[in-house]
Design a protein around this ligand. Sequence first.
Ligand code: MEV
Length: 440
Amino acid sequence: MSKSIAGFSKLSKEEKINWIAKEYFSSPQEAISILKNYWNSDEKLQKLHDEFIENTISNFYIPLGVAPNFLINGKYNSIPMAIEESSVVAAASKAAKFWSTRGGFKATVINSEKIGQVHFIFKGDASKLELFFGQTKSKFYSNTESITKNMQKRGGGILDIELRNKTNLLPNYYQLHATFETKDSMGANFINSCLEQFAKTLKNEAQLYDLFSSAEKDIEVVMSILSNYVPNCIVRAEVSCPVDDLVEKHIENPKAFAERFVRAVQIAEVEPFRAVTHNKGIMNGIDAVVLATGNDFRAVEAGIHAYASRNGSYSSLSHAKIENGIFSFWLEVPMALGTVGGLTSLHPLVKLSLEMLENPSAQELMQFVAVAGLAQNFAALRSLTTTGIQDGHMKMHLNNILNQFEANDEERASIQKHFKHHVVSHSAVVEYIEILRRPV
Ligand code: MEV
């Protein structure tokens, strides 16, 4: 049965909930009570969350965890991570601790350029368009002065505007391809406002350009929007140490471990099925910090995966080598992050996460995020190439199974004790719970 409603957004929150509950749930009262259970008792705080989006009916929690002991560029940090997957924070913490006694992580921002484009259709002589653009270029800057003034005070602004002929891809398709420096803001609003002004200037000035025919004067702007692909906004994170120093529990033979680890990375470099999962592990770390600090993880995801395919085949974001007895492991990823604007000063937990990171600049945040990604990748590959992933993963997942079966304290203690020495699997845990609950 299909259900539709007119004017849903105009209903009050209570009315929206009642409608949803009545239409979709076999037990409407129970649905309403679940939704309300997640409301915040602090009405002001709840209102803040209600107003982040349209049609808010409740809050959707995911845990905010902390991975301590991250030695980065010689300084210790605790990294906030918002994520629902059981083993991610534990893995990050483990990797942080491992590298803290082996020189720590090094992170650098290589460049910080953002991109935006005005996509337009010009039906006419390309050389005349080029001439027009050359003669009009300064107007694109001067007409955006009111938008760029504040950003310029902070050391940012428009870096360059180019005319790009894309008629080899689509007939009559051109772009204004602009680059920006947006300092500590992610820059989406700034860039989009500049682009929309460029589009107006483009259309207006074309109308006034004497050399254009009337068809040429009628430039059709299709859209003006930033690009989430930022291949010149790159952060690098790395670790390295003498191969012999890799020795630890489960790494009795460090040379064999290092070689197998490098082999695992090489497989992800050449084989897309593995590369996707390998990079997913990196994104476990990246997304969790991006989310905790109020940044747009969809934008970061889209840009990073495009970067992973930049050479024509989807490949690993991280790389590893052994040279002169030194093991090195690193990644370079593009990302546009902000530590001002957006949610950063609105969401109380985002503010708290940023304060935990000692209120970083956008470039410092890029470094934390990249390090979390590399740490996560190290932890995953370390497990995969030694014990296998399920051991640690299922131990962390055990709590989820216990919660699913509403195990009481006594059952939990007995189960935790038993599975210290037995392989955790869903069926093994269920079987064990059933034994415990069997009447004697
Ligand atoms: C699970 O969330 C992530 C891993 O699959 C990553 C990997 O295979 O490298 C463990």
